[in-house]
Design a protein around this ligand. Structure first.
Ligand SMILES: *Cc1c(COP(=O)(O)O)cnc(C)c1O
Length: 470
């Protein structure tokens, strides 16, 4: 192979002066641009080496290669995506988008100092939990509350504090796996508690719990079966029954409520989940729940219940390992504040708003979105309105299907799988679903702020060459 073709390749310094490349230095750091150019040159030399001497150096493709490499280098790994799945609390897509008030609260403490653990009244050391405890108590009727990193940590901390080296009685029907390797039996083992399984998969009665009681019994535990439902011949012991039994035998009742609902959503056709306040009224002594599922706040685990039972948790060494960071804490406080006014919560907390949007409004929204996207639509793209259903996600209401409106996206010459794949690779990725050989976007989870990027993504996907389906 001739060395001549390599000689034709310009030097790095020259390439940096090209009118297509030089302006990049204004936007990106010199080392980033330099790395992208070197990478593109290496790739070019490899190609020439493999392709033999008949291949010539091509300026246009070198520039394209530099731009592609640079945009890949500077794009953050964790970034915003457009959720077109209709699953409101989507664990893989970051669960709950935050309310504006939560964003503001985060901004306020991000680049400045704060009174995170400083008591402004007496100038002494304060407790980070103090920023949310009274709010949780106000909203749930609990005597005491504690916020930690997530609900898994809340369960772990509660069990370690209340039941280490002792027994916890749980129904066989509630030994759940939540996904991402959170299994109730494993968490119990880690906490040092011994699991005593009672009842059967489909039926557990109060007398099953009662017969399991012995000197070593520390706790009755109920776990919300968040992501599945047992139907048919079933029986579950209610919190009320368990609380009566607990009172008679002096054993506290703990509930892992999973999602954690602070508002009664039954007026919106979302039934089957009692509020935390209701669980406590029914006699649960300790309830744990997530901050970023139905509650619609940041990642957090909240423990609410009897003061005497929470006190050892507040002293437990694990609390240090499980404590919330200040940004999440700021967002949690702001989100909880919105709940003081129910109407405001439903309007301003995106998770609640998306779950409770009436079907008629979703249909109108679909019309509006389609009209808006059509203004700048690539000629190869067709948008069609369809009726459909969305699920809540995030371990709440596993059987619930909410009436929704879908937008079917068709792109000439692309299969639904190719559309799905192309939209995942656009500058702002768009995640939808394929159903009956159609690629669909659910209007329920499309946010107003997504629309400009959605328009761009559709144009990019229509212009991109079809990729293999991966
Ligand atoms: C989601 C869930 C958890 C785990 O909560 P994270 O906040 O994700 O840690 C635990 N228990 C139940 C019942 C759940 O639904």
């Amino acid at each position: 192979m001739s060395r001549e073709i390599f000689k034709n390749i310009p030097k790095v310094d020259r390439i940096l002066e090209w009118p297509e490349i030089a302006p990049l230095l204004a936007k990106q750091s010199r080392p980033e641009v330099l790395k992208a150019v070197r990478h593109a040159l290496d790739a070019l030399r490899d190609r020439l080496r493999q392709g033999g001497s008949n291949q010539a150096f091509d300026r246009e493709s070198l520039i394209a290669s530099v731009l592609a490499e640079l945009s890949q280098r500077v794009a953050p790994s964790l970034r915003a995506v457009i959720n077109g799945t209709g699953v409101v609390v989507h664990t893989n897509l970051g669960r709950s988008p935050l309310a504006d008030a939560a964003e503001t609260a985060i901004m306020n403490v991000t680049t400045r100092y704060s009174n995170l653990e400083y008591n402004l009244e007496n100038g002494q050391r304060g407790r980070r939990n103090s920023h949310v405890e009274a709010l949780v108590c106000e909203l749930t009727g609990a005597e005491a509350a504690l916020a930690v990193n997530n609900n898994a940590a809340a369960v772990m901390l509660a069990l370690s504090s209340l039941a280490a080296n002792r027994q916890v009685v749980v129904s066989r029907g509630e030994l759940v796996e939540i996904g991402g390797s959170f299994r109730i039996p494993d968490v119990m083992r880690q906490s040092g508690a011994t699991l005593v399984e009672v009842g059967t998969t489909n039926r557990t009665h109060a007398r099953d719990y009662q017969t399991a009681v012995c000197d070593a019994t520390a706790l009755f535990l109920k776990v919300h079966t968040s992501n599945f439902a047992v139907v048919g011949f079933t029986a579950e012991t209610s919190i009320r029954e368990l609380a009566a039994l607990g009172q008679a035998s002096g054993i506290p009742v703990m509930l892992d409520a999973g999602s954690g609902c602070l508002l009664d959503l039954s007026p919106y056709g979302i039934c089957g989940e009692a509020t935390i306040r209701q669980h406590l009224q029914d006699g649960a002594d300790v309830v744990t729940f997530s901050g970023d599922k139905l509650l619609g706040g940041p990642q957090a685990g909240i423990i609410a219940g009897k003061r005497a039972l929470l006190e050892p948790m507040k002293q437990h060494p694990l609390l240090r390992a499980f404590r919330m960071d200040k940004l999440s804490l700021a967002a949690l406080e702001a989100t909880l504040r919105l709940y003081r006014d129910q109407r405001q919560a439903l309007k301003e907390i995106p998770t609640l708003r998306m779950l409770t949007t009436p079907a008629g409004e979703l249909s109108q929204r679909a019309d509006k979105i389609i009209r808006r996207l059509r203004r700048s639509l690539h000629p190869a793209v067709t948008l069609l309105k369809q009726r459909g259903e969305s699920s809540a996600g995030g371990g709440s209401f596993p059987l619930l299907q909410l009436e929704t409106t879908l937008i079917e996206v068709r792109i000439d010459a692309l299969t639904p799988q190719q559309i799905e794949s192309a939209l995942r690779r656009t500058t702002t990725a768009v995640i939808g679903r394929i159903q009956r050989e159609r690629f669909l976007l659910d209007v329920r989870t499309l946010l107003d702020q997504d629309l400009p990027q959605l328009a761009e993504a559709l144009a990019e996907a229509a212009a991109a060459p079809a990729t293999e389906q991966t």
